[in-house]
Design a protein. Structure first.
Length: 108
């Protein structure tokens, strides 16, 4: 199976760093390593099968190709835009956040 190339926006990198720091402090190394593995696996799945994510958020924001995929074992969504030749990871946000407001504040 051929994977699509993907890039990660600086906002998504900052989200990841913030959540990882939280898990390191509040839950310890083992949980933090599980979180890293869950995000990597989500990225792999998205690259291999971009349609795997839900288009619901994209429909709500009227942004064609915008999808989200929940990380396994954690309450975080990888929010990404699927385009013809590439997948762009936009954000990594807690599923209970106001996603529309968070994404409105993302340049794009």
């Amino acid at each position: 199976m051929t994977s699509k190339a993907f890039s990660v926006r600086r906002e998504a990198d900052a989200d990841f760093d913030r959540v990882l720091d939280y898990y390191l402090v509040e839950a310890g190394d083992v949980v933090a390593m599980r979180f890293i593995a869950a995000v990597r696996e989500a990225h792999r799945l998205i690259a291999e099968t971009p349609q795997i994510g839900s288009p619901r958020l994209g429909d709500q924001l009227q942004t064609s190709g915008l999808r989200s995929l929940r990380t396994h074992g954690f309450p975080y969504l990888v929010i990404y835009l699927e385009e013809a030749g590439e997948v762009e990871i936009w954000r990594l946000l807690h599923a209970q956040r106001d996603l529309e407001s968070e994404l409105d504040s993302t340049d794009g």
